[in-house]
Write a protein that binds this ligand. Structure first.
Ligand SMILES: [Zn+2]
Length: 156
């Protein structure tokens, strides 16, 4: 078995009146991510982690922010496309587990953990216990900022 590690990171500024979507789950919040797409930090970091594991570039090369057709795009579509792309290049791809972290001061995300883990597991065809999502705050150092870090274990 040929093991691979994938790692991705993403961050967006937060602003009033923008949607807040994490792992494909809509979060009730007065602020959301300023982004060309729906600004889903977790799915962007996850997509980059998948590409990085096989040296296939990053999502910016597949979905240039300058392209108007990607405006407000559902990032689940981005992940779907990236998965197809990776499968095109990699024979016998298997994703073993996902370890993700979201750093956000407000709102608190604990009540969304189950929904986010389940949705990400579904998107990747994994079991519920194969996707771990932890939540951290910036301790007030980056109140207007959301960030995600994702590590994957894969094999071919
Ligand atoms: Zn992003």
């Amino acid at each position: 078995m040929n093991l691979r590690i994938g790692y991705g990171e993403d961050s967006h500024a937060l602003s009033d009146g923008r949607p807040l979507v994490i792992g494909g789950v809509k979060i009730k919040s007065p602020v959301g991510a300023v982004a060309h797409s729906d600004g889903d930090v977790l799915l962007h970091a996850l997509s980059d982690a998948l590409l990085s594991a096989f040296a296939l570039g990053d999502i910016g090369s597949y979905f240039p922010p300058s392209d108007p057709q990607f405006k407000d795009m559902d990032s689940q579509k981005i992940l779907e496309h990236i998965l197809l792309e990776v499968h095109k290049h990699v024979q016998g791809l298997k994703i073993h587990n996902v370890a993700a972290m979201v750093i956000l001061d407000k709102p608190k995300l604990g009540n969304y953990r189950q929904a986010i883990q389940e949705n990400v597991a579904n998107l990747l065809g994994l079991g519920k216990s194969d996707v771990g999502v932890t939540f951290k705050t910036s301790e007030g150092l980056a109140m207007k900022h959301i960030q995600a870090r994702v590590t994957l274990l894969l094999s071919t």
